[in-house]
Design a protein around this ligand. Structure first.
Ligand SMILES: [Zn+2]
Ligand SMILES: [Zn+2]
Length: 554
């Protein structure tokens, strides 16, 4: 039965280049999941976009002497190029700067207001007497009241993930001039989160398939009791509040950006699908919705967005929020301000996309933080990609191509060892499918790689390069067997290594789209004309470890 799968991916602030932490945290797993479901023949919609309205954008603009729009446009273009090069296959990657998004966000606001889920209240806001302005979220820093980490931002603590208001920070200071802010009154709209406490508790208890980190953190917030939160703020940059008297205020970005999941779906329908109603199947009962985010975003997707959806009415709540833990770099927490990061555009300027996709997949921070190091990158590339998978494909296809007139040998699956190997490949296709459907991405790629290793052993045992001199048919049978295993691997590894699978697909003599073949071993006809294969992966020189490591943090 065909499933309808909606995939929403975190909206990055358009204020800096993407780094590997974001890729491992949300974009790569989302893409793997989308490619898997498309190959299964399911209806998939994967969307996201730049969040161009946060204070991170205005802060960056002020620091670089640009307008916020210039900053957002620059990074939006850079992200699109990164997705293309890394193979992150969005159906639409947009921005929160569109008219469609503004209208969708304002409609959401007005509907919640009509239904009594919004109210006005006067709030104490941080105000800098020296800068003579209100200081929304990231313009104030201080000590986190929850975990006591210094340098916490006024919107959310990076260390413990606690979302907060600027006035909750201990020892606060203005980010611009370091003055201690005053507290001044300002009128704002509030979202009545407390009204959803019981509904959310009941819903969360039923989500037994959620990852423990996601379920536990969500329960902890619910246990503390949901508090109403301001959804407007004193700033000029953002989506206008559609109410008279609020001309100088904007929708708060945490409220507005999540609505992007819906507005992007509508934009995709109108502009790409060519049917303005095409978004609806993804937003009604019977569809499944998955939100891929980093762990710092969990409460926004398991509490706030579900509350907003309940309040609006008619749209399904998330099926799963497979949030990842963090990726560290060389065993240290990523810090973009200290340049302790590996930047994606930088990586892509020097290396192929699939070795990175491979490393971040086998080492994905699904249940705990994992580490990226250049040493590990080189090791996994050389010892696993090149030595196991690349070597298998290269040996077999090159030998077959050279000795059988560039065609798939006229062989058959003969003997117990060949049958066992092919059964293993078919079982592994099923196992990988189960892992992928449950968002267990590490497990899926490990299953696939063990098939490649087993096929190498079979190849060493049958040694067609020897048997071809004595018994040509035995060599043809052995090659034909492994070629069919490679065809299974091409599918199993496609979600993870799409560029590589496309090459293998073509070397085997197939044309067209891999996804159209379905989640099955595509049988390779004997006598099919192949394309002369080239090595799938390049062995990396150990010297790059030191070279690359030196770049970090400087
Ligand atoms: Zn904290
Ligand atoms: Zn100031």
């Amino acid at each position: 039965m065909t499933e309808t799968i909606y995939i929403g991916v975190a909206w990055p602030y358009a204020n800096g280049s993407l780094h590997l932490g974001q890729i491992a945290g949300a974009y790569l797993p989302a893409d793997i999941f989308a490619r898997y479901h498309r190959t299964c023949g399911n209806n998939v919609l994967m969307v996201s976009g730049c969040d161009q309205h946060g204070t991170p954008i205005t802060i960056k603009a002020e620091a670089t002497g640009q307008t916020p729009q210039q900053v957002a446009d620059y990074y939006y273009a850079e992200y699109l190029e990164c997705w293309e090069k890394l193979g992150i296959s969005f159906d639409l990657f947009t921005t929160t700067g569109t008219k469609n998004h503004m209208e969708t966000a304002q409609d959401f606001f007005l509907r919640l207001m009509e239904k009594g889920y919004l109210y006005r209240d006067t709030v104490s806001q941080s105000y800098c007497p020296k800068c003579r302005r209100f200081l929304p979220d990231r313009y104030v820093e201080g000590i986190c009241p929850s975990c006591h980490t210094a340098g916490a931002r006024g919107d959310q603590c990076d260390a413990c993930g606690k979302p907060m208001n600027t006035t909750e920070l201990l020892e606060p200071y203005c980010r611009i001039c370091h003055t201690t802010p005053e507290v001044r009154d300002s009128e704002h709209f509030f979202l009545k989160l407390s009204a959803f406490q019981q509904q959310l508790e009941e819903w969360v208890e039923k989500q037994v398939h959620w990852r423990p980190n996601v379920a536990n953190l969500t329960r902890r917030y619910l246990k503390e009791g949901l508090r109403d939160r301001a959804i407007t703020r004193d700033i000029e940059w953002g989506v206008p509040v559609p109410v008279a008297g609020f001309e100088h205020k904007r929708l708060y970005v945490w409220f507005e950006a999540v609505i992007g999941y819906l507005s992007a779906s509508k934009q995709w329908a109108a502009e790409i699908a060519g049917d303005p109603e095409a978004w609806r199947p993804f937003w009604q009962e019977g569809s499944k919705s998955y939100y891929f985010i980093g762990k710092d975003n969990i409460p926004f997707h398991t509490i706030i967005w579900p509350a907003m959806l309940l309040g609006y009415g008619g749209y399904p709540l998330p099926t799963d929020v497979p949030a990842n833990e963090f990726l560290t770099i060389e065993n240290k927490k990523i810090s973009t301000s200290k340049n302790w990061a590996v930047w994606l555009p930088d990586y892509l300027s020097r290396y192929e996309p699939d070795p990175l996709r491979y490393l971040l997949s086998v080492n994905m921070p699904e249940t705990s933080d994992t580490d990226f190091s250049w040493h590990e990158f080189v090791r996994r590339n050389n010892d696993e990609l090149v030595a196991a998978y690349g070597n298998l494909v290269n040996r077999v296809l090159t030998f077959a191509y050279k000795n059988f007139d560039g065609k798939v040998p006229q062989g058959s699956i003969k003997g117990d060892a060949a049958t066992a190997l092919l059964n293993l490949a078919d079982d592994s296709l099923q196992k990988t499918s189960n892992s992928l459907a449950r968002c267990n991405f590490r497990q899926g790629i490990q299953t696939a790689m063990s098939v490649a290793r087993e096929a190498n052993r079979y190849l060493d045992d049958t040694a067609p390069w020897k048997s071809i001199k004595i018994e040509r048919q035995a060599a043809a049978d052995s090659l034909y067997t492994v070629i069919n295993v490679i065809s299974a691997l091409k599918t199993m590894l496609y979600p993870y290594l799409p560029f590589t699978s496309k090459k293998v697909h073509e070397y085997l003599g197939f044309s067209g789209n891999i996804e159209a073949q379905g989640w099955a071993r595509q049988s390779v006809p004997t006598g099919q004309a192949m394309i002369e294969p080239r090595p799938l992966f390049i062995k990396l020189d150990e010297s790059i470890i030191e070279e690359e490591t030196r770049r970090i943090g400087t």
